[in-house]
Write a protein that binds this ligand. Structure first.
Ligand SMILES: [Zn+2]
Length: 258
């Protein structure tokens, strides 16, 4: 005779969340065993492919799981698959490049129209440079003098930046700080720093306009940092004078080390 089975919970409808299996216990009885819904793995937001490296789970389990089980440590990890992410990165990069090319093209056309004879490559005009340099020493009138390619090579883009400082001493500090970091070799950019009294002169020479732009941008980043530091701690020499003047107070000496 077939054994009759009783439900073990109060829910008596045959719903999706009330699925059961019949199981024989060690004592030989037949009982219902409740079956959970299938856990799932998230899918790529773009191609709907299943994502790798993620543990299948039910939504109710997720708050209890550690992050390591629910995502992949990558940008858009757990959201996009690696193929789609790669595609997006490449696309974004190409769009940016296209913008640069477009800008250069319009620039060149603008230069070509008024003057009929123009050398093929032009050094990039840096409107940013003036603004940044003006801030640098708190002194207006920083000059960015772009030089035309000289006889040698003729195509290599180059640029010269002149940054005036309030005192030769400040210029020297900036010179010493900035001459430490060399251009990475892969950039194919040559950067030479020199001092002319209270003016810091920087010469850039690059194989490509693109790398020249990168080099100049990173140079200004360094310059701004340097300027901020000077602002914060002041001229070390001035500090020393103050410290000597207030030797008894002895409060200033701390900042000397900066
Ligand atoms: Zn995908």
């Amino acid at each position: 005779m077939v054994q009759r089975l009783t439900l073990r919970r109060r829910l008596s409808y045959n719903t999706r969340s009330n699925k059961r299996r019949i199981v024989r216990t060690p004592g030989g009885r037949l009982v219902y065993q409740y079956v959970k819904k299938n856990p799932t793995v998230p899918r790529c937001g773009q191609c709907k492919e299943k994502l790798h490296g993620i543990t299948p789970s039910r939504p109710s389990e997720r708050p209890r799981m550690s992050k390591r089980l629910k995502t992949v440590s990558r940008t858009y990890g757990g959201v996009l698959c690696h193929c789609c992410l790669r595609e997006r990165i490449v696309r974004a990069f190409l769009i940016e490049e296209q913008k640069i090319v477009k800008a250069l093209k319009t620039q060149r056309e603008a230069l070509v129209k008024p003057v009929k004879k123009v050398v093929e490559k032009k050094k990039p005009v840096k409107p940013v440079a003036k603004k940044t340099a003006g801030k640098t020493a708190g002194k207006p009138g920083a000059k960015v003098a772009g030089k035309k390619p000289a006889s040698k090579g003729a195509i290599k883009p180059r640029n010269t930046i002149r940054v005036p400082f309030e005192t030769p001493r400040l210029a020297e500090i900036a010179y010493r700080v900035l001459s430490v970091d060399q251009e990475p070799r892969r950039n194919f950019v040559q950067k030479t720093l020199s001092l002319e009294g209270d003016v810091l002169v920087v010469n850039f020479q690059a194989d490509q306009v693109k790398s020249l732009r990168t080099a100049i941008t990173s140079f200004f980043e360094g310059l701004l940092l340097c300027q901020d530091t000077i602002k914060q701690f002041g001229d070390p020499q001035e500090d020393k004078v103050i410290a000597e003047g207030q030797d008894n107070a002895g409060t200033q000496s701390g900042s000397d080390s900066a």
